[in-house]
Design a protein around this ligand. Structure first.
Ligand code: DGT
Ligand code: CA
Ligand code: CA
Ligand code: ZN
Length: 575
């Protein structure tokens, strides 16, 4: 549906017009935007049904605005909007997304203080430059700062792969205190969600204030928002907020359960409690005034008649029903991984040699690693052509003979070209142990064409794995338009496996797509796409995503031993 997109453009046009001092028009645009965003029907369907006339039936939409909507539906653009945007010197909508910042304020702050971005705005407010402007004052400065916090909490979500390391460092430092008896992450972090709004940490301590003093004076803390014996909130240098809560031992389990969420999971759980005549909150599970569970999380779930549910599943996507029937999946474990099929080396755009990558994999306790550099149509990544790849295969076989305790497989991440053919000839692909095929260009293709393109690649008999199947980059690039179900069906028919790319800004396939792919009986390879040896440890984010997608060990091909793998592929050149 394009409803929201059109509404957003109208809102923005209203803001720009208002900044230019235009009267009436902004109000008309906002009124129309509001009506469009609350339409229950697809605006495009309306337009197909009766053209301009039906569009004009939307409240606030007259002939002029109806024509603008039609222009957008036909061309994907509104000319007047493009012209208006060019007239303003900065990204209006960035500043305007701060609650309470109207276009007039934004314009004045730009003129008087040169404020163009949220960062500028925050800096000026903190330096109290805004309070001194006529008509602004101390209160509006505080409002602006609060607005910025809100904005960051809702939109500025941090990648799990970043927040996880930040949080773990805090947890490690706090764990050293002898006053800390128990400590655990909670919230989206414990659920391993792909992005994190804020970091939640729970503690049991004999001396809460000591813990809070230590926490709020860590060098990583930029600003203290609240400090007390039960809860402290800080903003870290990286910009993310972190909450530490100190709990009573008798409520540890119930608080861990409550603050792990998700909110949707908690609501469903509370309903079950009520049905059984109990009350459930962060202090415990109660029958009347009596606490009947709360010390442990397991105790809470047990008393509610449920299996204990792994945090990664707690999204109210059927896990509670499954736990009632004692039918939760036996999720793939972080320790189950025995190798990685997708790593780059100095041969293309990686930082380490084949040998260094192999030794790092051995260090992780892996049985095998597959070197999969880029193919030739990636000149920026120094992709390999057929001749180079043949040389690399030779080199891989040689190093494999030298190194003990780790099997090095020869692979490639071959580009899927625009027409669905592969970037390397079959005569070379067939010499590889494992072939990953990936889309790295032409992301804007129409859905049908993209689907055909990828299916054609899947049908190449040498392809084993479809790399980062949707191409999305979290917070940067949406997935390309593609019919995933058609891809899944084709992959099933051709015994091609789906990659779960562990790179923190990819996590591709994502959790819900994994659930979907599982219905087709597909298997997955959890790969890192590491470009240096250190990045091999990113695998945990891929495993987390697989778990969030309900994947079991048997669904993941790189949990297989080398022997099982050789049997599974029956083409590996393992000697
Ligand atoms: P985030 O921080 O946006 O990535 O997501 P969460 O899930 O960490 O959410 P957060 O930090 O606001 O709250 C932590 C947990 O506390 C949340 O997962 C569930 C629980 N919680 C928070 N607000 C509510 C609420 O209004 N109702 C219920 N039932 N639980 C809540
Ligand atoms: Ca949180
Ligand atoms: Ca929180
Ligand atoms: Zn790639």
């Amino acid at each position: 549906m394009k409803n929201l997109e059109i509404a957003r453009i109208f809102y923005e046009m209203a803001d720009i017009l208002e900044m230019q001092g235009v009267e009436w028009k902004p109000r008309a645009y906002r009124r129309a935007a509001k009506a469009i965003e609350s339409l229950t029907e697809d605006i495009e369907v309306l337009w197909h049904r009766g053209g301009l006339k039906t569009l004009e039936e939307i409240p606030g939409v007259g002939e002029r605005l109806a024509k603008k909507i039609e222009e957008f539906l036909k061309t994907g653009k509104i000319k007047e909007y493009e012209q208006l945007k060019r007239k303003i010197p900065f990204h209006l909508h960035e500043i305007m997304s701060i609650p309470g910042m109207g276009p007039k304020k934004a314009k004045r702050l730009y003129k008087e203080l040169g404020i163009k971005t949220i960062k500028d705005l925050e800096k000026a407010a903190k330096e109290h430059k805004i309070a001194t402007l006529p008509g602004f004052g101390k209160k509006s400065e505080e409002d602006i700062l609060r607005g910025i916090q809100l904005y960051k909490a809702s939109k500025g979500r941090m990648l799990l792969g970043r927040a996880w390391f930040i949080a773990n460092e805090i947890i490690e430092k706090l764990s050293v205190l002898k006053e800390v008896k128990k400590i655990s992450p909670a919230g989206s972090l414990r659920r391993m969600k792909e992005t994190i709004g804020d970091i939640d940490i729970l503690v049991i301590s004999t001396n809460p204030m000591k813990v809070m003093n230590f926490f709020t004076s860590m060098p990583d803390v930029k600003e203290i928002l609240a400090k007390g014996p039960t809860k402290s909130t800080v903003i870290l240098r990286s910009g993310i907020q972190a909450d530490v809560r100190v709990l009573k031992p008798e409520s540890w389990g119930s608080a861990l359960q409550y603050f792990t969420g998700s909110k949707e999971h908690n609501i469903a759980l509370r309903k079950i409690a009520i049905k059984k005549g109990y009350k459930l909150n962060e202090y415990g599970l109660f029958k009347g005034k009596k606490q009947i569970a709360g010390k442990t999380e397991e105790g809470i779930y047990r008393k509610l008649g449920l299996q204990w549910i792994p945090p990664e599943l707690r999204e109210n996507r059927g896990e509670i029903e499954a736990a009632q029937k004692k039918a939760l999946p036996k999720l793939v474990d972080y320790k189950d991984i025995k190798g990685d099929f997708h790593v780059h080396t100095k041969w293309s755009d990686g930082d380490n040699t084949i040998k260094e990558m192999a030794l790092a994999a051995k260090q992780l306790g892996y049985q095998y690693i597959c070197i999969s550099d880029h193919s030739k149509s990636e000149p920026l990544a120094h992709g390999l052509d057929e001749k180079k790849l043949l040389e690399q295969i030779k080199e891989i076989r040689k190093i494999d003979r030298q190194l003990k305790g780790i099997k090095i497989l020869a692979g490639n991440e071959v580009d899927i070209l625009a027409d669905g053919s592969l970037d390397l000839s079959d005569s070379v692909l067939k010499k590889l142990d494992i072939v990953i095929a990936s889309v790295h260009s032409g992301f804007k293709m129409p859905k049908q064409k993209m689907t055909k393109r990828i299916i054609k690649a899947i049908e190449n008999k040498y392809v084993d794995i479809l790399g980062h199947p949707t191409g999305r980059i979290i917070n940067e690039r949406p997935p390309y338009a593609v019919d995933l179900e058609a891809i899944f069906q084709a992959a099933k028919d051709r015994r091609v496996h789906m990659e779960i790319n562990s790179f923190p800004d990819r996590l591709d396939l994502n959790d819900t797509a994994i659930m979907e792919a599982k219905k087709y009986g597909l298997r997955f390879a959890i790969n890192t796409d590491a470009h240096n040896a250190d990045q091999l440890k990113l695998i945990k984010f891929g495993v987390a995503t697989a778990r969030r997608g309900w994947a079991e060990k048997k669904d993941i091909i790189n949990t297989y031993s080398l022997k099982q793998l050789a049997r599974f592929f029956n083409k590996l050149k393992t000697n």
